[in-house]
Write a protein of this length. Structure first.
Length: 182
């Protein structure tokens, strides 16, 4: 009896999230963006998403990023968005090339059924080596860019709230407007 009740509670919570997604998607996005939205935490979430996006966990990137971001209490929307930057073919190809270079001292120049099909296990190990070599570099790059952008947005938001540039009811021309008058 208790097992059924616990399942029913989980289904209710899940259906509640789906209902929020379907009926109020903007509200859901605002809630996700507001959760842990400091520049440092947004940068950490983006770095996590980019690093996992470089790993050779085919078909599991989204689930892994979501679980790790939730476990580390990072912004899940930012982590999932940054994860999409690591989608094939660009980042996996870079990781495979990096891994191949580290293993053999030269770049992989032959792309054929032999190199992709029969040597798939070798390409997987090269992708793994390349991901752990190139992944941190990509994560720091994306995380740093997000941190700078978030700090800039936060600074501009503070300037607006303090009466700085852009504060008040100014129109696009910079002239103050009143309600109903252009």
């Amino acid at each position: 009896m208790d097992g059924t009740r616990g399942t029913r509670l989980k289904l209710t919570m899940t259906s509640r999230a789906y209902r929020l997604l379907l009926l109020h998607p903007v509200r859901l996005v605002r809630r996700l963006l507001a959760e842990h939205a400091t520049p440092r935490s947004l940068a950490a979430a983006a770095a996590l998403g980019m690093f996992v996006g470089a790993l050779p966990v085919i078909g599991l990137h989204t689930l892994l990023v979501y679980a790790l971001a939730r476990r580390l209490r990072l912004n899940r929307l930012m982590a999932l968005g940054a994860n999409q930057l690591g989608m094939p073919p660009f980042v996996p190809a870079l990781c495979i090339e990096t891994g191949y270079y580290l293993r053999h001292g030269e770049f992989l120049t032959e792309i054929s059924m032999r190199t992709l099909g029969r040597e798939a296990l070798d390409r997987f190990w090269e992708w793994l080596i390349g991901a752990f070599t190139l992944g941190p570099v990509l994560a720091l790059t994306v995380g740093g860019a997000i941190w700078m952008l978030a700090a800039l947005v936060q600074r501009r938001g503070a300037g607006d709230a303090d009466g700085g540039p852009g504060a008040g009811a100014e129109g696009e021309s910079g002239k103050a407007t009143t309600a109903g008058q252009p």
